[in-house]
Write a protein that binds this ligand. Sequence first.
Ligand SMILES: Nc1ncnc2c1ncn2[C@@H]1O[C@H](COP(=O)(O)OP(=O)(O)OP(=O)(O)O)[C@@H](O)[C@H]1O
Ligand SMILES: [Mg+2]
Length: 223
Amino acid sequence: MKTVLKMENITKEFVEPRKNILALNKINFELNEGQCIGLLGPSGSGKTTLLQIAALLDNPTAGEITINNQMCSSINEEKRNLLRKKNIGFIYQNFFLLDSFSALENIIIPQLINGSSYSLAKKRSVSLLSSLGLLKRMHNRPKELSGGEKQRVAILRAISNMPKIVLADEPTGNLDKQNSENVIKIIKKLVKEFNISFVIATHNLSMVKNFDKIVKLSEGKIV
Ligand SMILES: Nc1ncnc2c1ncn2[C@@H]1O[C@H](COP(=O)(O)OP(=O)(O)OP(=O)(O)O)[C@@H](O)[C@H]1O
Ligand SMILES: [Mg+2]
């Protein structure tokens, strides 16, 4: 099976005036194509740090990340950005949608940034919105949408450029049980349909019970 993301001996130390914080301590981790991994661990165990580093949004203190067979430590900022844009989608707990744009525009914009034409981006976005039952709400702005609707838009935005990997940081943290279950269903559908691999950080054990693999973090280590 093809490995799409590999973390080798990843350490992350945050420099603090009193005592440095070892947020990740020699993490080794592999994500295969089409695999869905749940990332569990108590608050402060390093889940967000791991996802941010895997998404190339932050640099490790030591260790190597390989994305789609490309080692990341030796490449410059521009190449890293390109690698991220091409391969990775990110879903945040608080959605982070652009408030002054509609749901549709929130999904179109990343595709334009990635070089797609407007007409193609729009066509693809409408079809994605339709697949998650959001056609009726597509011209509304985030503040006019429910939490579950916003999270569905955020999921579609994360996959709008058809990345190989989607990293989700507590994507159901702000949702009720029904909406959380819907999000998981949606993610499973995307794994099947587009062969996208997911890593999902969560506090919710029941959410990840059917995942391919569960990785547990404790004080920056996989346990
Ligand atoms: N930018 C930062 N500067 C300094 N310390 C940080 C920074 N970000 C995180 N930390 C520390 O690193 C450790 C891991 O934090 P992280 O946010 O990865 O935990 P988490 O598992 O995502 O927790 P939660 O479940 O609460 O979201 C914590 O001790 C945290 O205080
Ligand atoms: Mg976190």
